[in-house]
Design a protein around this ligand. Structure first.
Ligand code: SAH
Ligand code: DHB
Ligand code: MG
Length: 217
């Protein structure tokens, strides 16, 4: 095999999606209701949800921190991978998104494992204790990713997981003049992550690309 591997095409992405654990009826309804209530359709996809669950289960994670709740879709996927007593603390700046998510979390099977915190990611993260989480999922405003990474490394326990969405910058990673205003921030963050010696990390080409890093002890 060559070091380049084989080229991943749209057909491969569809193939993977079709062969990965699907979302259940509750999460499907959450998504369609969120769209109907004017919440943007930018949650992770089912294959990413399944992947995050696998990582959390392998890590034996109990405490998870998320920045960017949106409608609660990813938080519920992750909470379902935690043991009883486990907890996802998920931070959302938009009060409408936070209220929607809190309502759907309360109606879910993991109501006791998800805490929606309304506030700015950076402000709320600063209130979390050192070494109080096993995993962090970063998925909010991309310009703040470097700050979220810094706070996450403080909050994570040794060998904690750092997972970061949108490494492929909404499909515009290689565009010289991206139309999305957050794409340049993703490009900059990827370079920071690539040079970060406190985590061993890799980009996994699922959805819009997800960074997976393990904090060194
Ligand atoms: N993780 C979610 C999707 C998150 S979309 C899922 O996969 O289901 C990004 C969210 O980040 C949006 O709801 C947006 O309102 C929120 N956000 C943007 N800036 C933020 C900030 N500074 N602090 C916290 N949340 C923020
Ligand atoms: C956007 C944000 C995301 O986190 C995502 O996965 C897709 C799109 C956005 O802000 O457009
Ligand atoms: Mg995202």
């Amino acid at each position: 095999m060559s070091v380049e591997g084989s080229r991943v095409t749209d057909r491969h992405f569809r193939y993977v999606e079709e062969r990965t654990t699907q979302e259940d009826a509750f999460l499907r309804e959450l998504r369609t209701t969120a769209v109907r209530e004017g919440i943007p359709p930018i949650s992770i996809g089912p294959a990413q949800g399944a992947f995050l669950q696998i990582l959390l289960r392998l890590r034996g994670a109990r405490d998870v921190v998320e920045v960017g709740t949106l409608a609660g879709y990813s938080a519920i996927w992750m909470a379902r991978a935690l043991p009883p007593g486990g907890r996802v603390r998920t931070i959302e700046f938009d009060p409408r998104h936070a209220a929607f998510a809190a309502r759907w979390v309360a109606a879910s099977d993991v109501a006791d494992r998800v805490e929606v915190v309304q506030g700015r990611g950076a402000d709320v993260l600063r209130t979390f204790a050192d070494a109080s989480a096993d995993a962090a999922f970063l998925d909010a405003d991309k310009a703040s990713y470097p700050e979220y990474l810094e706070e996450s490394l403080r909050i994570l326990r040794p060998h904690g997981l750092v997972m970061v969405d949108n490494a492929f910058a909404f499909g515009q990673l290689f565009d010289e003049h991206p139309t999305d205003r957050e794409a340049p921030a993703v490009q900059r963050f990827n370079e920071i992550m690539a040079r970060e010696t406190r985590v061993q990390s890799v980009i996994v080409p699922l959805g819009d690309g997800v960074w997976v890093g393990v904090k060194r002890d």
